[in-house]
Design a binder for this molecule. Sequence first.
Ligand code: C2E
Ligand code: MG
Ligand code: MG
Ligand code: MG
Length: 282
Amino acid sequence: TAKAAGKGECRFYTQDMTRAANEKLSLRQRLVQALIQGEFRLHYQPQVELASGRVVGAEALLRWPQADGTLLPPDHFIPRAEETGLIVPIGRWVLREACTQWMRWQANHNVTLDLSVNVSVRQWEQPHFLDEVREVLRETGFPPERLILEITESALLADPEDALALTAQLSDLGVGVALDDYGKGFSNLYQLQRLSVSHLKLDRAFIQSLPGDRRARAIAQSAVTLASGLDALTIGEGIEVQEQLDALLAMGCPLGQGFHLGRPVPPEEFQQRHLMGTRPTR
Ligand code: C2E
Ligand code: MG
Ligand code: MG
Ligand code: MG
């Protein structure tokens, strides 16, 4: 009967809801578990001085190895980690792990790379964020002037007064701030004028359309010009082919990152690929 069918549908519906809720809950629980068991890994992608081809930095990118051998990329779990607040302890681990890894490289190769670490707005807005950064620097012995915290445009411009104070304090510490995915949100140029930002990371969306698209070229060029006027460095993100690199170089863009220059790889591979040729400096 219609009534029975209705009931059936209803039960089906609530089962679906429960399943959805469980899956959500279990992702949160699995994130907690992963954090406690030390399951997370960091991969590192080289950042390159475009004119010389020299690797001058590394961006740490979070990976979550799964039981089936696959690596879960951050887009699949960071939104949930942000919703649940778990991004705060996860991000704390990321910063400590990346600084520790860098110190190992430094000891083995005497490298002087910059280290870029992504920071979510949920971490950034914690009252003790700055203290935690200081603590990690102190405990690991990491040189502050080598650290760059990457924060998205929207996050940095969300709470302008806080961002102003925090970027100033980081800058006092010697730590750089990179505006990630630049051009993707609507930049508040007035805020940008007031903030201490050391790097603008021009979003991949613009790089992809280079060199053919005149409008993408105009925007890329304006970002490079703007950055240099603010004493910041532009990093072109997501460079996949030589033509894109050439276009950026012609615009005076100093730095780049992308599959064409090197994919994100585990630390051992980063060392082999990008640090082995490095001559120890005295
Ligand atoms: P992002 O910070 O903008 O990082 C750049 C992303 O672009 C990375 O994706 C990288 O693998 C990818 N990429 C680099 N070069 C190319 C290229 O040439 N072509 C293409 N198609 N992609 C390229 P990934 O590793 O999946 O990370 C995605 C986002 O997740 C990051 O974007 C960042 O917003 C976030 N994320 C990653 N690690 C962390 C972390 O430790 N903490 C926080 N809060 N967020 C993180
Ligand atoms: Mg980034
Ligand atoms: Mg980016
Ligand atoms: Mg991004």
